[in-house]
Design a binder for this molecule. Structure first.
Ligand code: NAI
Ligand code: MG
Length: 356
């Protein structure tokens, strides 16, 4: 019997609404698979907590999270608390301190009706973006000089360490080798004459150890174009923190939008817990209405099961989402349906049980 300890951080807005549905799925798996059990501990951190306690999480919050096998997070951020505080003091802190340097974002079209791209189908849009998640353009290094004066200057420094660059690129090569897929590096060496020239060098250097992996290198502007015009070019993409952030939103746009985009923040060495979350935010515009789409959060559970090396469940969840998408009526309004968040969760669990 494997017991997985999961820390739940439902967070703000629709976060708790969609996390509840993800937990339903885990409980269903526990019911069907005698070899797996989960225990859950919920942490009340987020913006409401901030307004009461003046901080996004407990001072020893990271210590509290450390013993868990994984963190399942909804979303953080809400009007009334500046976004740079809510994101930096909770999400980014966890990603950084727990060395979750790999961000895995699938760009997979699960149903052809979901893409705005003309004549593209499931077989054209099916790739994985591996985004550097610990440094780069989001390292938070820089300066703000002569604030408010005519001479005002701000510096935002990209930090690309050899260790940080090499390990993400190596992770991507390993993934490409294991799954027998091509690897595309996305950078911008023509304009960013230090960081991205270095990135390209490391990509070529590490590549010498993987002669069996077929590689491509694109500039980020061209890659943005190809995401839309030729998504079938991509199988695995490795890129920096900023470029990955932007490209994966294009990825979400071509595969059905925010209600379906997921991302795993992984510490591959398992020294610290990894974190699984839908990509979307707290959606204050629809929070409390019971209409948030839980499928992105459920897809995160698929990634979580893969991470736990229970790939049969990861695949079963994905397959069930595909089946759900065949009937619009049973989906939430963002996907053209009339169902509520919890109805989608219940229906999902029913279908998962029927299909496995
Ligand atoms: P958002 O993703 O919350 O919402 C953007 C649009 O997508 C809204 O119209 C929303 O209704 C819709 N949407 C998002 N998720 C949906 C779902 N599951 N079902 C149906 N519709 C959905 O992004 P926004 O509005 O820019 O940010 C709102 C707050 O969330 C901010 O405080 C922001 O900082 C935070 N945020 C947090 C993230 C995280 O926790 N990882 C990521 C992005 C934003
Ligand atoms: Mg983003």
């Amino acid at each position: 019997m494997k017991n997985f300890q999961i820390a739940l951080i439902p967070g703000d807005g629709i976060g708790p609404e969609v996390v509840a549905e993800g937990v339903k799925v885990l409980q269903a798996i526990e019911g069907m698979d005698a070899s797996i059990s989960f225990s859950f501990t919920t942490f009340p951190w987020g913006c409401e907590y901030y307004l009461q306690h003046g901080k996004m999480m407990d001072d020893d919050g990271l210590e509290q999270l450390k013993p868990f096998d994984a963190i399942y997070l909804g979303a953080v951020g809400y009007p009334g608390v500046p976004d740079h505080i809510s994101l930096r003091d909770l999400l980014i802190k966890i990603r950084k301190q727990f060395d979750q340097y790999v961000n895995l974002r699938p760009v997979t079209l699960l149903h052809s009706s979901l893409t705005p791209l003309k004549a593209k189908t499931e077989k054209d849009i099916d790739f994985l973006v591996i985004r550097e998640n610990s440094e780069g353009e989001y390292a938070g290094a820089g300066d703000w000089l002569y604030k408010g004066m005519p001479e005002e200057v701000v510096l935002q420094t990209g930090v690309f360490s050899r260790k940080g660059t090499e390990r993400i690129i190596r992770y991507a090569y390993e993934e490409a080798r294991e799954s027998n897929r091509t690897l595309t590096s996305v950078s911008k060496g023509n304009a960013l004459n230090y960081s991205m020239v270095f990135w390209d060098e490391v990509f070529a250097e590490v590549g010498k150890e993987y002669p069996d992996v077929k590689t491509y290198s694109y500039l980020v502007d061209a890659a943005s174009l190809y995401f839309v015009t030729n998504p079938e070019r991509f199988e695995i993409v490795v890129t920096s923190n900023l470029f990955g952030d932007i490209l994966t939103d294009i990825g979400a746009a071509i595969t059905g939008g925010m209600g379906l985009a997921t991302g795993a923040n992984v510490n591959p060495e398992k020294t610290f817990p990894s974190m699984f979350e839908p990509v979307h935010g707290s959606a204050p515009d629809i929070a409390g209405k019971g209409i948030a789409n839980p499928l992105a959060a459920i897809w995160s559970i698929s990634q979580l099961m893969d991470f736990f090396e229970e790939g049969q469940w990861g695949r079963a969840i994905l397959h069930t989402i595909k089946r759900m998408l065949e009937d619009k009526e049973q989906l939430t309004p963002d996907l053209g349906g009339k169902a509520s968040t919890s109805e989608v969760g219940d229906q999902f669990v029913e279908l998962l049980k029927r299909l496995t």
